[in-house]
Design a protein around this ligand. Structure first.
Ligand code: ADP
Ligand code: GLC
Length: 479
């Protein structure tokens, strides 16, 4: 079976969040299941730098006002075969992939349109794809272009929602600029309150829709979790499935991690984590204090991630003799609040405002608890990495966090399933209560703590299981 994936990020070359991690790992996991997978991405400078280009598969003389564009067949280290949309007018820019230069709508409609054209024609090899699988709003118009095409081989389409909060909404006056087929601009299509909504177009036209956890698949069908598209999600509920993400074992493996001073497994967790903690405390300017529980954060900093709830709990954490380290970037007010906390509590609170892959790994290895107080979390990957590195996750019970963490209760301790701390109400008081539970357990029951760490490290979050679910979805579609 031939499957073409299209997306706007790829680990480690172009990464904003978890989408990059998924695009780095899922295609490889599908290939292990016997699928012929290829991946289409914008030819960002970071990708062209590492790519070995073989041929030009398509020429697009003037792609949505970007000038000459081409689709290149290439090899990128560590990935499946890739196609790069080389449209220098759109993608040859410094900065983040979503920085707005006033043409974001054209850039990503062009990505979707080129994906569709390539799938319909099959490039120089005339490949007939069975499935085109696209991710998030940046590629969501692909199913629209495919379904509305007059001719060509029409593969089945799958759209995965990694985060329903981001939809790509623009004024309807750009309709012609993005080459959107007029017949798709209606209430059951890409039209949205007299504007255009990229994601909604994809949701209307894709043959199947997935999202990245079963709980999130339910939440987005309700008004509270639906980001105004809950009606659409209910309308498509028979074609909607939640499939949880996995861990890229090549990147997140404490027994082989090059970012750590000392690698470790379940067997030497106590000694090795203590050592990693000590080295890390020195690295980030925390007091070297083996018995202070260390709370870590690796996150984009915004209110959806619940970072405001955490700021309200910094005094609580420090006054109980614990430490906090925050690695992240995002909203200015949150960045500066964390910065202020480091000045107020030197040695107890540290932060690194920015993006750093190595520090992210060391936070996981050094921390006793990883905080993920998200108001909404489609899947979440950091809690999985934390468990694998023996840091117990403390998270809000939502989306993929609810599906991957078993709250520590009397019952779950008895039946041997507990892996972390969950709280339900998204407010700072309930986060504080969960932090107190963690502090108490850490202080009074080291043996229990250790046994939960061992269990968390042994959880199976491999991609294989999820890849198999995608394969059976593909098979059902082409049946
Ligand atoms: P989201 O995609 O919503 O940001 P995920 O938990 O799915 O959330 O994925 C976040 C990914 O980005 C993880 O791989 C995490 O380690 C990484 N990450 C987030 N912030 C940073 C940062 N400041 N530095 C390094 N890695 C980060
Ligand atoms: C999104 C979500 C996150 C998910 C990631 C990968 O960025 O916010 O929860 O883990 O996509 O699917």
């Amino acid at each position: 079976m031939k499957v073409l994936h299209a997306a706007a990020e790829l680990f480690p070359h172009v990464k904003v969040g978890g989408l990059a991690d998924v695009m780095g790992a899922l295609p490889l996991a599908l290939r292990k299941e016997g699928i012929d997978v290829r991946l289409l991405l914008p030819a960002y400078p970071a990708l062209l730098k590492v790519a070995k280009v073989f041929s030009v598969e398509e020429n697009f003389p003037d792609l949505m006002g970007s000038g000459q564009a081409r689709l290149l067949l290439a090899e990128v280290p560590g990935s499946v075969t890739v196609y790069l949309l080389d449209a220098p007018g759109f993608f040859s820019r410094e900065g983040g992939p979503y920085d707005d230069h006033g043409d974001t709508h054209r850039r990503f409609s062009a990505l979707s349109w080129a994906t569709a054209q390539f799938a319909l024609r099959g490039g120089s090899e005339g490949i007939k794809y069975d499935i085109v699988h696209v991710h998030d709003w940046q590629t969501a118009l692909t199913p629209v272009f495919i379904k509305c095409a007059w001719e060509g081989h029409r593969p089945k389409t799958v759209l995965t929602i990694h985060n329903l909060a981001y939809q790509g909404i623009y004024s309807k006056h750009i309709l012609d600029e993005i080459w959107l087929p007029k017949e798709s601009f209606h209430l059951q299509g890409a039209e949205y309150f007299d504007q255009i909504n990229f994601l909604k177009g994809g949701l209307a036209y894709a043959d199947a829709i997935t999202t990245v956890s079963p709980t999130y698949a339910k939440e987005i069908q309700e008004p509270e979790g639906g980001y105004t598209l809950d009606g659409m999600m209910r309308y498509r509920s028979n074609d909607l499935k939640g499939i949880i993400n996995g861990i890229d074992e090549l990147v997140w493996n404490p027994t082989k991690d090059k970012h750590l001073r000392t690698v470790f497994s379940k067997k030497d967790i106590k000694k090795a984590k203590a050592y990693n903690k000590k080295v890390f405390q020195n690295e980030v300017g925390l007091a070297e204090s083996p018995n202070s529980p260390l709370f870590g954060v690796v996150s984009r900093l915004n209110d959806i991630k619940g970072m405001d709830l955490l700021i309200a709990n910094i005094d609580h954490i420090v006054s109980n003799g614990a430490q906090l380290v925050v690695l992240g970037k995002g909203d200015y007010n949150l960045e500066s609040a964390f910065h202020t906390a480091t000045l107020r509590y030197p040695g107890s609170v540290a932060n690194y405002i920015g993006y750093d892959e190595g520090i992210a790994h060391r936070v996981m290895a050094a921390s006793d608890v990883l905080l993920v107080p998200s108001r909404s979390e489609p899947c979440g990957l950091t809690q999985l990495y934390a468990m694998r590195y023996g840091a117990l996750p403390l998270a809000r019970k939502t989306g993929g966090l609810a599906d991957t963490i078993v709250d520590i209760t009397e019952e779950s301790l008895k039946d041997g399933t507990a892996t972390g701390f969950l709280f339900v109400e998204p407010d700072s008081w309930h986060l504080g209560e969960a932090i107190t539970r963690a502090l108490t357990l850490y202080k009074n029951e080291q043996k229990t703590w250790h046994s939960i760490q061992v269990r968390a490290m042994g959880q199976d979050f491999s991609w294989a299981k999820s890849a198999q679910q995608y394969v059976s979805l593909y098979k059902n579609l082409v049946k």
